[in-house]
Design a protein around this ligand. Sequence first.
Ligand SMILES: Cc1cc2nc3c(=O)[nH]c(=O)nc-3n(C[C@H](O)[C@H](O)[C@H](O)COP(=O)(O)OP(=O)(O)OC[C@H]3O[C@@H](n4cnc5c(N)ncnc54)[C@H](O)[C@@H]3O)c2cc1C
Length: 380
Amino acid sequence: MSNSDTKNYDLAIIGGGVVGLWCAYLAKQAGLRTVLFEANKIASGASGGLLGALMPHMPTQWYEKKQFQFEALIDLETMVAALEAETQIDCGYARVGRILPMSRPEHEIEAKQKCDAAAIQWASAPKHYEMSVISHPTHENWPHADMMPNGATIDDFSARINPRGVTDALHKSIAGFVDIFEHTSVELSKDKKLILPDGSAVAANDIIVTAGINSFELLEPFVPSLSGRPIKGQAAMLDTKLDPNLPVVHQNGVYLIVHNDGRTAVGSTSEREFEDGFTTDHLLENVIEQARQICPLVGDAPVVERWASLRMQPYGRDPLVGPVPDHDGIHICTGGFKITFGIAHRMAQAVLAPIAGNTPIDLPPSFQVANRVNHIFTPT
Ligand SMILES: Cc1cc2nc3c(=O)[nH]c(=O)nc-3n(C[C@H](O)[C@H](O)[C@H](O)COP(=O)(O)OP(=O)(O)OC[C@H]3O[C@@H](n4cnc5c(N)ncnc54)[C@H](O)[C@@H]3O)c2cc1C
């Protein structure tokens, strides 16, 4: 874009990850003249991954944040179905459930509490979902019986999605309606303009910063007190041909997720310190080895892809969503960290509501920028 073709927009979105794409999708539906800038290629950051676990928070100790995610996980099923129908792209969504093996006897008491809490907290869902305790694997070697000496919990609410499927579908849906500029890293000037690499400026009534690990740097002129840290993660895809209805297995931080094509995604590592955020190393090999031990059903299936990226963990841990106080027109929508694929659409609905004049979405107090700026929620 050059000075000559600069134009004004209702909305500018900085960042083409899953959050920015849901923002753009909903902005299209709201009829906003929207532009999206992506520094590299669409969904080439943390959203370009393999895993796609949609894991509900534990139903015990319920509070606003868990309610937000709960409602998001319910809505996602219908929103993805609509997206698939529109684009004819398979998003790889399935509510396959989740098995959490119990390795110690004391887990049994906690498991009972979780099952009881699920019966209460999940009761408002349009369908009946439950968590229960099993003493043996529901499928042989998924997981290995030795992995659950004290049984396991199983639920039918957890789901999975293909990250690349959903971002491809969102991209296809917005193309032609939203002006998309890839390979265009923008900066935000103090007078609320987007500065492009060629020095030209773009203006928009509202700007949503959803730039993953760069979000806080971009917002520095407006809210220097907000910050976070990039956490590296690594995952892999195994070339299995397993039943795609197998439940997600999660043990000791290791996930196994069978996708629609029968391949199994395994992950993830979580590294605060690293030299290169985008290369895989022995830590991923350890996870793959553990995954083969947890679920021997994957056998010695070859690894077809290894992948690493950086996801933003804001200080205060929770996502940040909504207008930046005292800076009219500047909004933030970032920091879903490990659960973003399950809540990105609802984060987008919430940030867009005041921009598009839609019904406000209830945001947990800890997600609201003013509370975080004023340290009502202490960074952890
Ligand atoms: C190994 C691993 C496994 C994971 N597993 C899961 C999982 O199972 N379930 C789940 O829900 N989540 C998972 N996550 C987390 C999830 O992938 C991320 O939280 C999510 O993708 C973040 O999306 P985003 O849109 O906020 O950020 P990103 O996808 O990082 O998008 C931000 C975009 O902004 C662009 N950008 C940055 N600066 C600028 C600029 N100045 N101008 C223009 N564009 C800019 C970047 O290029 C990037 O594309 C995992 C992450 C990793 C690394």
